[in-house]
Design a protein. Structure first.
Length: 116
């Protein structure tokens, strides 16, 4: 059985090669072993966004923010995930919702960075 770090590194290599499906599968395997591995959730948010699976991307980005709610980077990444999701929907209402959520996530990142 591969270690958590090995699985993550293998997934990153697959992602860098553009093999997003395999990278996602590797990260899912990692999360089956350690669901609270924040970096895996962040990586899945990026990968699922590239695959056009925006609801999955959002779900993993949100989980990263839940796991580490005081890390401004997670909220910055969440904002980007929402922005990408807004571009991937055809419904104007969903587009506006994602834009609003992106702005809220970025505001949260700024609040955390300023110590507030």
């Amino acid at each position: 059985m591969s270690s958590i770090t090995d699985l993550y590194n293998e997934a990153e290599q697959l992602k860098d090669k553009g093999d997003f499906e395999e990278a996602a599968a590797k990260l899912q395997t990692l999360l089956e072993q350690q669901e609270s591995y924040t970096l895996a959730h962040l990586a899945l948010a990026v990968i699922y966004g590239k695959l056009g699976r925006h609801e999955d991307a959002v779900r993993h980005g949100q989980r990263a923010c839940e796991l580490e709610p005081k890390d401004p980077f997670n909220f910055t990444a969440m904002s980007v995930t929402y922005q990408r999701a807004s571009l991937g929907v055809s419904n104007a209402q969903d587009n506006q919702r994602y834009i609003q959520l992106a702005e809220q996530a970025m505001a949260q990142a700024h609040t955390l960075q300023s110590g507030g």
